[in-house]
Design a protein around this ligand. Structure first.
Ligand code: BT5
Length: 243
């Protein structure tokens, strides 16, 4: 069943993920709650990195929903958000790709990122799936980011109203979520792999203790990255950051 969606549109807040966490008990758990803000004063990336979130320029969105305790696909939720976002970007003409596990790039520059957080609730897990997507980010601000970054405005040479992307994003995300819940990541695997920006390329992956190098070979049915090492052996990674 496609869940109903409750929309909450906010002006300026610290972070849509933080706000969703703080208000989670107020949401209808049989629905999907979609929270967006026009500005984030403390937008967050992973490992408490900063997500630049100026007013009235980009999309800052968090989805809140619950899944059963012990669900095996928690690590794939961020991946299907990046998959849905890339499908949306392709639809509107931006040649987007996924940087495993869930960054969104256009022409090797970061255009969006996903932050997945969870909260325990009785017999269930509350999921907060945050997406930041640069829509009309000014060039001066893009330059202040400490890695190559881009925006839809730069790629498509036009201004887009960020809120106009919410419905089309959900139209891609909801069927992916439905499929993930019903059959796991396996049916989504090949499309996800097809959209990788590094497939077949030499990459370095930063792990908690060390960095490994190899060829980005494929994605497993669980969404892990299969790396072909210089020795010819394969290493399957469930976490890590391509650097
Ligand atoms: C991410 O983290 O890519 C996840 C970003 C998620 C942001 C959304 S916005 C809605 C929701 N509410 C939140 O508070 N967060 C979520 P990570 O992979 O750690 O990337 C962070 C890094 O990306 C930073 O260290 C910068 O290098 C770069 N960065 C920061 N702001 C950026 C921006 N607007 N566009 C592109 N890159 C950016």
């Amino acid at each position: 069943m496609i869940p109903s969606v409750d929309f909450i549109q906010l002006e300026s807040i610290s972070s849509t993920n933080t706000w969703a966490k703080e208000h989670a008990t107020e949401f209808n758990t049989s629905h999907l709650t979609c929270i967006t803000a026009k500005e984030q004063t403390e937008g967050r990336g992973r490992q408490n990195r900063k997500w630049l979130s100026p007013k009235d320029t980009n999309l800052y969105l968090s989805l809140y929903f619950v899944v059963p305790d012990g669900s095996s696909y928690l690590a794939n939720l961020g991946q299907i958000m990046s998959l849905a976002c890339v499908e949306l970007l392709l639809e509107i003409g931006a040649p987007a790709r996924i940087k495993w596990p869930n960054d969104i790039l256009v022409a090797d520059r970061k255009i969006g990122g996903v932050l997945t957080e969870t909260i325990p609730i009785e017999h269930q897990i509350g999921i907060i799936l945050g997406l930041g997507l640069n829509v009309n980010m000014p060039e001066e601000l893009l330059k202040t980011i400490d890695q190559p970054a881009t925006s839809l405005h730069r790629v498509l040479k036009k201004t887009i109203e960020p809120s106009s992307l919410i419905q089309p994003l959900l139209q891609h995300f909801i069927p992916c979520l439905k499929q993930l819940k019903a059959a796991g990541f396996a049916p989504l695997r090949s499309r996800f792999e097809e959209l990788l920006c590094h497939k077949g390329k030499k990459i370095s992956v930063k792990l908690p203790q060390k960095t490994v190098e190899g060829i980005c070979d494929s994605i497993t049915a669980e969404g892990c990255l299969k790396l072909r090492l210089p020795s010819g052996h394969f290493l399957t990674l469930s976490i890590g950051e391509i650097v």
